[in-house]
Design a protein around this ligand. Structure first.
Ligand code: ADP
Ligand code: MG
Length: 680
């Protein structure tokens, strides 16, 4: 058998099974062997029936004492019960709807069963266990459990894997020897064999380490190499050294924080360097990212280029537009705005002035990606709240110029190790300091019993003239239910705060309606804003001092932190109240983290440990391929080792052109697949 052969060479795989395997992206023997178990079953030793523990899967060897067939009734499931025993005790084995099994079990014969014991009506049972006649068929040892798809059983998959393993010897070692020695990696064939059918726990761990290391190395090296291509390769527009931003900064009503200064210096260096800037600025909510963007835009204009700032929502775009117009007015810089809700005539006017270069800075929503938007001389592209945009949208905006500099800003803090992976093609700057005098937002976690008390507190704040956000319970099933729960809450609070203006905001509303509500809240014509999680990112309402989050247990920590960042933006003390159902260990732990920390990075790390990266950061959207064995949340430590090696490799051979890394290059291509836009 050869690695490149189709899986249909295996016994039992016909066109139907092949089609099912295709769904798992398994076509060749090699695909099969690199399809790894998600878990293992320990079937090394039999467990005495007397020692069985509820819900702990176990392997039992027992004799059939009694076979009980429930009488067949039309339309009813027929139940087959076996009473089996070993020296230590008795067990009931149950199969539902399994008439076809009735003749399999003969009284007095010995069978092996593997299943999860449960206790029902005082009896220990195993429901639908794996089984076979003893000494025949049922595999023993540490057995793999594969993630499957319909049409394929665990049993089949195991059998095919076991057969295919003979081809593992063909897998060539593709990593250089020095790297293998340095990292004490085991042999590739050994790793593959022991990850599928481990001889013991230790070989399993060694094997897994090797394969995780391989996958992360391919990932990291691939991203670094592609970054070399995009960043290292291209000539960039050179912004003028004469365009000194110091003077401009001097006109601010505040001093930049040390972190802002550092990031401005990093950006300035990029802009003057002659290489294309591709930089991510991460900074917690309120850390002052807009000022940094503004400074970069100023430099663009003074260097003779146009700049563009794209925001994810209309309201945020308007806020940026208002701020930039105000600040740039004294410097005779023309700012324009383009959003989806503008009339055709308004748009046409903006487009004309943009094409002629009259408008120097354009602010807008994704409306600015449209093909009819043409710049005169675009030099700098900034996207705010980057996580709302995909890689494609970012690229589309860049194509409006001739390799313009790119700056992306995000308030979603990402642990540094992960940032390198997620934004492999970007340099990362971090604003890790808040402007002075920022108040701590007092955060309390309460359970439902204290709900009434909590709204009593809200009432007091409202009487002082403040405003409040209330985030309605999040419901898994659908947006429709979310809306319903928000509506109920809205009715309740409207009745409760009868002398205040209470409004509702939810995802099913038209953008225009949402904008209208947000604007009224901004102008304090609405005091209590009840909403589903659609509260627009980046919005700034300094008079809002309370954030109440219902069903807080349903939100990720990073999300709670983002929501909390909506308050604490003015001079008044602000509060965040998390109302949770139940008081489980985890709920308490989460509440504690939120109450203790205001540090988005710390919270993100905790969140990552609790939930995993896919869900939080939308790894796919960042061009990170699905991983088959590595897990970016669990394997951060291995990732750190891998990073060192990847850096070494890229410094030695930036484009992986040498024979030494030919195998690695192939492995990278396999991981990233066809749609790896930045082909090596
Ligand atoms: P974010 O990083 O969330 O986008 P913003 O740029 O909106 O934050 O800044 C939040 C607020 O902080 C704004 O009102 C801004 O004027 C103010 N700000 C920014 N930098 C400083 C600073 N160095 N000192 C004082 N206030 C600042
Ligand atoms: Mg912002």
């Amino acid at each position: 058998m050869e690695l490149t052969e189709k899986v249909t060479v295996l016994k039992g795989i016909g066109p139907k099974k092949a089609q099912a395997l295709e769904k798992l992206e398994i076509r060749t023997i090699e695909d099969l062997l690199t399809f790894f178990p998600r878990d293992y079953e320990d079937r090394r030793a039999f467990c005495a029936i007397a020692d069985l523990q509820e819900d702990r899967p176990a392997f039992v060897r027992a004799k059939i004492e009694l076979v009980i067939k429930d009488p067949y009734r039309r339309g009813k499931k027929q139940i087959l019960r076996l009473l089996v025993s070993d020296n230590s005790g008795r067990l009931e084995v149950v199969f539902f709807n399994a008439r076809y099994l009735a003749d399999t079990f003969k009284v007095g014969k010995q069978f092996d069963f593997f299943g999860k014991p449960s206790v029902n009506y005082g009896k220990t049972q195993m429901i639908h266990p794996d089984f076979s006649v003893s000494e025949k068929g049922l595999m023993q040892g540490i057995l793999p459990v594969y993630p499957l798809t319909s049409g394929i059983s665990q049993k089949e998959m195991r059998l095919w894997q076991k057969t295919a393993l003979s081809a593992a010897a063909e897998m060539e070692e593709y990593l250089p020897e020095d790297l293998i020695l340095r990292n004490r990696l085991c042999d590739l064939e050994y790793a593959v064999c022991n990850v599928h059918f481990p001889k013991d726990k230790k070989p399993l761990l060694q094997g897994k380490y090797r394969l995780i290391f391989d996958e992360l190395l391919a990932l990291q090296t691939g991203l670094l190499a592609s970054k070399q291509k995009t960043v290292g390769g291209k000539n960039g527009l050179v912004f003028s050294k004469e365009a000194d931003v110091k003077e401009y900064i001097g006109t601010f009503s505040y001093e930049l924080t040390g972190a802002q200064e550092r990031v401005v210096a990093e950006i300035t260096e990029d802009l003057e360097s002659g290489r294309v800037m591709n930089r991510l600025v991460q900074g917690d909510v309120g850390s002052g990212k807009t000022a940094v963007a503004e400074i970069a835009l100023y430099k663009a204009v003074r260097s003779g280029f146009q700049g563009v700032l794209m925001a994810p929502t209309e309201l945020l775009a308007k806020q940026h537009y208002a701020g930039l117009s105000r600040n740039f007015a004294d410097h005779e810089i023309r700012v324009g705005m383009l959003t989806g809700s503008m009339t055709a005539r308004e748009k046409r006017e903006v487009l004309e002035q943009l094409a002629s270069g009259e408008i120097q800075i354009l602010v807008g929503t994704h409306a600015i990606i449209q093909p009819d938007v043409v710049f005169h001389k675009l030099g700098l592209v900034i996207t705010d709240e980057q996580h709302r945009f995909g890689v494609k949208q970012r690229a589309a905006l860049s194509e409006k110029g001739d390799n313009p500099h790119v700056l992306v800003m995000t308030a979603t803090p990402i642990p540094r190790t992960l940032a390198v992976i997620l934004y492999g093609d970007l340099d990362v700057s971090v604003i890790d300091e808040l402007p002075p005098g920022r108040q701590k937002i007092i955060t309390r976690a309460v359970d439902e019993n204290q709900r009434d008390h909590c709204y009593g507190f809200v009432e007091k704040e409202l009487r002082k003239g403040r405003q409040a956000y209330v985030v309605a319970p999040l419901i898994d099933e659908s947006e429709v239910l979310d809306v319903k729960s928000a509506e109920e809450l809205y009715e309740e609070l409207k009745a409760r705060f009868a002398d205040q203006e209470v409004a509702l905001l939810h995802g099913a509303m038209k953008q225009q309606q949402k904008d209208a509500v947000m604007t009224q809240f901004y102008e304090n014509r609405i005091q209590v804003l009840v909403s589903t999680v659609v509260i627009e990112v980046g919005i700034n309402v300094p008079n809002a001092t309370i954030m109440v989050i219902e069903n807080a247990e349903r939100f990720g920590l990073a999300q709670l932190h983002q929501l909390r960042g909506r308050v604490g933006r003015g001079s008044h003390q602000s509060y965040c109240v998390l109302i949770s159902k139940g008081t489980s260990e985890i709920a308490l732990q989460r509440a504690q983290i939120m109450a203790d920390s205001q540090d988005g990075f710390y919270i993100a790390e905790q969140d990552l440990a609790l939930r995993g990266p896919g869900e939080i950061f939308g790894t796919r959207q960042h061009g990170v391929p699905d991983l088959s064995i590595a897990d970016l949340a669990k394997h951060i430590k291995i990732l750190n080792d891998v990073k060192k090696e990847a850096d070494l490799i890229i410094s030695e051979d930036p484009f992986l052109e040498s024979e030494k890394y030919a195998g690695l290059k192939k492995r990278i291509a396999k991981l990233f697949g066809e749609d790896f836009s930045l082909k090596l």
